[in-house]
Structure formats: C-alpha cells, structure tokens
Design a protein around this ligand. Structure first.
Ligand SMILES: NC(=O)c1ccc[n+]([C@@H]2O[C@H](COP(=O)([O-])OP(=O)(O)OC[C@H]3O[C@@H](n4cnc5c(N)ncnc54)[C@H](O)[C@@H]3O)[C@@H](O)[C@H]2O)c1
Ligand SMILES: [Zn+2]
Length: 348
C-alpha cells in the first residue's frame, strides 16, 4: 500500500501514479455518496486525468450504505458495466464509503484493486488506512468484512474545506487519541491549539497521524495484539455511542470516543499511575469540543450493558486500553464493572 503524503500536490501525484505502467489496463469506477458527489468528485476528476473516463456509482450517506444489499447492487453494476480483474474501484468519501468500497472490491471476481481517497478527517487519519473493510449486519456495526489493504491511500487535506464542523470535531478526537498513544509532542501541540480556540488542522498533523496508524497496522495487520492500542477510549466510547443513539441524542463516533477517553484516562490514573494533570488537561480540552455528559446510575447500567458486548472482551471480562504515560499504552487490561461505573460517573 502506498500512502501519498498529505501535501497539496497529492492529487497530481495520484494522477502521475495512475498514468504509470501498473495501471495501464485499468478501468476506473468511483464510489461516492451524495455529499462527496457534490463537493469532491468534480475536483478529483479535474485534477486526476486518468479518472476522467471513470464511471461513478453513488450510495446512500452514512452507515446506511454499509449493507450487503447495497454491496450486491454495486457488484451487479460492475458486472453489467463489464468491469474485469484490471478494473479499479476508487473510494471517494469518508469511512462509510471506504468500508463499503473496500468490501465490494475485495469480493468482486475474488478481488480487484482499490484506492481510498478519504474526504473526512476520520477517513484521512484512520478509516482509509489499514485494510479493514466492513459492512453492518442486523444493526450491529462492522460484523462482516475482510482484511485487504488498498493499493493506494491518497490524502488530500483540501477536501476538508467543505466538511461540517461536527464531523471535523469527530475526527479531531481520533487525532487526539492517535497522538496520545503515538506522539506526545504533537498531542500537547494539538491540545494547546484547541484550548486556544484554533481549529485549523494542519496537513502535516494529518500526515503524522496517518503515519502513526500505518506503522501500527504494519506491525499487526490482522489486529491480534499491538493494533489494539488504536482502541484507546473505544470500549467506553462504543457503549457511550450506542446509549446516545438509544436516548435519541446521538454523539458522533469521535465525540463518543472523546468522552470515552476521559474514562480510560481516569482508570489509567488509578490503575497505572498516569499523572492526574494529564487527565485534567484532557478533560478541559474535551469540554471545549463537546458537552460532557452527567450520567445517572441507571444510565451507567445501560452503558455497561453495551460494553459487555464489546468484541475485545475475553473470559467474560471487559478489557480496555489504558495509558501508563503519554505514548505508553497498555492493551487488554481487565477492568471490573465497579471501576467502569465509577469512571462513567466521573466524566464531568
Ligand atoms: N476500516 C477502519 O479501519 C475504520 C476506522 C475508523 C472508522 N471506520 C468507519 O468509518 C465510518 C465513519 O467514518 P466517517 O466519519 O468518515 O463517516 P462518513 O463516511 O459517514 O462521513 C461523515 C459525513 O461527512 C460527509 N462528507 C464526507 N466527506 C465530505 C466532504 N469533503 N464535504 C462534506 N461532507 C462530506 C458524508 O457524506 C457523511 O455525511 C464508520 O462506519 C466507522 O465504522 C472504519
Ligand atoms: Zn474510532
């Protein structure tokens, strides 16, 4: 997999790569949703000459597209259009488009090449990288999928110009997570920016985040061990996210993970001796980006019910990633349910 670095010439570099020998017989199909059709497709095609003849396929926005019925429709379209094994699927969108597109490419004629061109911050620093493809099943997220890496990830930060602030914040929480585990200096820099009210995410920060994710994935492509560090905040976050949907006041994924990281840091202080100042500072940063919830005892039980279903659990225990220090995560730590209740009650 090649990650084309995030500077402003990423699209022209992609254009040159696709004009090369490795792609000489390729026919291109571009997958978009309504927003990326409106905001990103024309720009992509105008800058990447080999894509000018591409056919495009549009899918519903958001999680709704990560469905086997949609995947089947796309396979049928590819077949009717005569797509062969040299065809290449270009996923232009956020994590939903790349999860679906990666799945469809992996299954079509036992696998055709695909390229991710992420257009959300979550896509650029996380979802487009690492070769996890996924569909949802019966309302449960990411239950079906393959590990299969894209041929190219092309990161073009200027696609973020049209992204709504809420989506930008969602990605910024994942960015804080990545720097917390992988680059303490950048973490402090991003915190200072956010505390100062500056939301201008710089291309080099996106590139650094993508590089950290890529390095972790290369060490553990099948997610059997060290890759779990990327799940910091996610055991709590998934419970908090599911509960927020249940009560009809949904957090974005990144917001829920951002709140979940407060819980993970709270337990890290108690169980691993993480300095309290790191928790206090992070809580302060998070409170500038999302309204921190005050959960009742009843709500903590509801969140716990979701957390018990988390796929990282083993032997009936809930397992979390915690931090010994910034840059020093510890994976698969068993936490008991009273510790979880306590952490959920101490968010704000
Ligand atoms: N495979 C992985 O490793 C991995 C990692 C993290 C997340 N994910 C998945 O990614 C998904 C979340 O990703 P996401 O937040 O990017 O979601 P998304 O794809 O739904 O995009 C969020 C919203 O932004 C819109 N949008 C996208 N680009 C835009 C642009 N440039 N301008 C304006 N609007 C734009 C989309 O239409 C959508 O409404 C989840 O399904 C999650 O499971 C996968
Ligand atoms: Zn996440």
């Amino acid at each position: 997999m090649t990650i084309l670095p995030s500077h402003l010439s990423s699209l022209s570099r992609l254009s040159r790569t696709l004009a090369g020998k490795a792609y000489q017989n390729a026919r291109y199909f571009i997958l978009v949703d309504e927003n990326t059709y409106n905001h990103c497709l024309a720009r992509l095609v105008s800058k990447v000459v080999p894509l000018q003849e591409a056919e495009f396929m549009e899918v519903p926005i958001g999680e709704e597209c990560k469905d086997i019925a949609i995947a089947t429709q796309l396979w049928e379209t590819l077949l009717e259009s005569g797509a062969d094994r040299d065809s290449v699927l270009v996923n232009l969108g956020g994590g939903c488009v790349s999860d679906l597109g990666g799945f469809v490419a992996s299954g079509y004629k036992r696998g055709i090449r695909y390229i991710n061109i992420p257009t959300t911050l979550i896509g650029m620093i996380d979802a487009a990288i690492g070769g996890k493809t996924a569909l949802n099943l019966d309302g449960y997220k990411n239950q079906i999928g393959f590990f299969n890496a894209p041929d190219i990830v092309c990161i073009e930060p200027t696609f973020l110009d049209t992204l709504p602030d809420k989506e930008l914040f969602s990605g910024t929480f994942e960015m804080l997570k990545t720097f917390m585990i992988g680059d303490p200096e950048q973490y402090h820099h991003l915190c200072d920016m956010l505390l100062g009210g500056n939301l201008e995410i710089q291309p080099d920060m996106i590139a650094r985040c993508a590089e950290i994710k890529d390095a972790v994935v290369k060490k553990d492509p099948k997610d059997k061990g060290i890759r779990h560090i990327l799940n910091l905040g996610h055991t709590f976050g998934h419970g908090i996210e599911a509960h927020s949907h249940q009560i009809g006041n949904p957090f974005t994924h990144g917001e829920a993970v951002g709140v979940g990281m407060i819980c993970a840091l709270y337990l890290s202080v108690r169980k691993l001796g993480l300095p309290q100042a790191i928790l206090d500072n992070y809580r302060n940063v998070a409170s500038k980006m999302v309204e921190l919830p005050h959960y009742s005892l009843k709500e903590t039980e509801e969140i716990l019910t979701y957390m018990r279903q988390d796929k990282k659990n083993a032997d009936g225990e809930i397992r979390c990633v915690l931090l010994q220090e910034l840059g020093a995560p510890v994976i698969d730590l068993a936490v008991d349910e009273n510790e979880i209740r306590d952490a959920l009650l101490k968010i704000s």
